[in-house]
Design a protein around this ligand. Structure first.
Ligand code: FAD
Length: 486
């Protein structure tokens, strides 16, 4: 089958948004919006029942939390501490499903937990036993306890001071931005409309139909579209609902550890920090995350000096011989958590909520990337119950493999692929979403110039626009220098 997205897909989608009345319009192209669009279009195709579904995203797909997270498909070992057994069981079940439907993007990853006291060894050992028991399905290996010596054989440079034992367990790594894109591409191939760089603004309901003002954020043009049902999947940007915004940041370093295992470390408060082998050739280490209440605009999310110090101190504790720890790049994003009574950002529940507001908009919020498929299915059940009851019991996303588009390996390939078949409009779309190559070097506007020029030649940018695109990417990945001193 030819690729469903071409360079014309965006303008064709804009025309359809202007002209048609949709059954469903989804606001937000993160994993939850993409998942609901995939689910609805797949139901419609498999059951042969027409359903017009569309999605608008104000930047590029996956430009929010869904492309800037810890890149894990996991049960969430740490949630066991908060007795969130239901969430962990659901996430582990979904981990197994996603391994089946997207083995090209979701791959098992071994994690080493070094333990520095006997209480932790007992506590986390019991947690891992429970984790395996909750996983049920067996398409991933069980955990194994390790002696102190075995830990040091696996990871010779890890701190031996106070080290008493360790454990090895398995979760999965994912290319989380590309995974969102593949949900979108499949949905477009099945007749859905997905348009990036379109922001939803005001809406009114008239005779059972929503009239929504949309703004093309590239041209500034405003126009109206119509839909019978609205789904709000705007994550941290949703204006209604009991959301608490918690910032999480990651730093990217040249490879820190020696083995291909990720390290899972619990800090004094019991927060888990991951050091994950990362990058095109696993030549890097992704370190995160933090948990800080975010009070500013969701459009302005950057790592703070305190977060940098916190992550650096953990690396130094684990690898005392690590020298010259200069991060290559960073990214930060927001957890849109459902507000509860917890006073700490770390302990606020990751459970999701899907609800119809009094005006009849379906909201999908909270949860984890890992559980997006089951959340999307629940949301699509509610939508179809209202507007297409024949589709309510059609559950097909867990059995249908996602498309396999290659992950580009060079910046040039990323630019060409992103422009030609992934609706990319900005340099950041090609280098931070279609691929993560933009995080792999300390890029400067100068070193990015050839790729800005290439993208400019494909999209008709003048020299000034090319420079602005390169500067914008440099700005996005940069790490405040002052906070990194050794
Ligand atoms: C630091 C961090 C690490 C995490 N790590 C993991 C992990 O490893 N594994 C895991 O399972 N979960 C993880 N999570 C949780 C997971 O990433 C989120 O739950 C999930 O990505 C939320 O997806 P979303 O679609 O709801 O939101 P988003 O991805 O933020 O998508 C919302 C989208 O809506 C768009 N939008 C906003 N306003 C408008 C508008 N008016 N019109 C059109 N579009 C609009 C935004 O641009 C955005 O793209 C992590 C979260 C954080 C913060």
């Amino acid at each position: 089958m030819s690729h469903p997205v071409t360079r014309e897909t965006r303008s064709q989608g804009l025309n359809r948004l202007r002209q048609e009345t949709f059954d469903v319009l989804i606001l937000g192209g993160g994993i939850n919006g993409a998942g609901v669009l995939r689910d609805l279009t797949l139901r419609s195709k498999c059951a042969g029942v027409a359903l017009k579904a569309a999605l608008v995203e104000k930047h590029h797909f996956a430009s929010g939390t869904s492309g800037k997270n810890s890149q894990l498909i996991h049960g969430g070992l740490r949630y066991l501490k908060y007795l969130e057994f239901r969430l962990v069981r659901e996430a582990l079940r979904e981990r197994s499903t996603l391994l089946e439907i997207a083995p090209h993007l979701v791959r098992p990853l071994p994690f080493l937990i070094p333990m520095f006291d006997w209480f932790s060894s007992f506590f986390y050992g019991t947690g891992l036993w429970l984790y395996d028991a909750l996983a049920g399905a067996r398409n991933i290996a069980r955990h194994r306890r390790l002696s102190r010596d075995e830990v040091l054989v696996l990871e010779p440079r890890i701190s031996s001071k106070g080290l008493v034992a360790g454990a090895l367990f398995f979760d999965c790594a994912v290319h989380s931005a590309r995974f969102v894109l593949e949900n979108i591409f499949e949905a477009v191939g099945n007749g859905g409309v997905a348009v990036n760089y379109v922001e939803s603004e005001e809406r009114v309901r008239d005779n059972g139909v929503w009239k929504i003002t949309l703004r093309d954020t590239l041209s500034g043009e405003r126009f109206e579209t119509r839909a019978r049902k609205l789904v709000d999947a705007r994550g941290p940007w949703a204006e209604s609902g009991p959301l608490r915004l918690v910032r999480g940041s990651h730093l990217i370093f040249p490879r820190i550890g020696s083995s291909d295992h990720a390290i899972a470390h619990f800090d004094e408060q019991g927060r888990i920090i991951f050091l994950i082998p990362w990058g095109t050739h696993r030549q890097l280490t992704l370190v995160g995350t933090t948990d800080v209440d975010h009070t500013g605009s969701p459009d302005d999310v950057r790592i703070s000096p305190d977060e940098i110090s916190y992550l650096l101190n953990i690396i130094r504790r684990l690898y005392p011989d690590a020298r010259n720890l200069q991060p290559i790049s960073s990214y930060s994003s927001l957890r849109p958590l459902v507000r509860d009574e917890s006073d700490s950002a770390t302990s606020t529940s990751r459970e999701h909520r899907i609800w119809n507001s009094p005006e009849g908009i379906l909201h999908i919020a909270g949860g984890k990337y890992t559980t997006y498929r089951s959340m999307s299915e629940e949301a699509a059940d509610l939508v179809t119950k209202e507007i297409a009851p024949a589709l309510t019991s059609v559950h097909v996303t867990a059995q249908t493999p996602l498309p396999r588009t290659p992950i580009p390996q060079t910046p040039e390939a990323a630019v060409r692929q992103a422009v030609n078949s992934e609706m990319a409009q900005r340099l950041t779309d090609a280098l931070l979403i279609s691929s993560y190559l933009g995080y792999e070097h300390r890029w400067t506007a100068e070193s990015l110039a050839p790729y800005a020029q290439l993208m400019g030649s494909l999209l008709g940018w003048d020299a000034r626009r090319q420079r602005e695109e390169a500067e914008a990417l440099e700005q996005l990945i940069s790490v405040p220098e002052a906070a990194c001193g050794d």
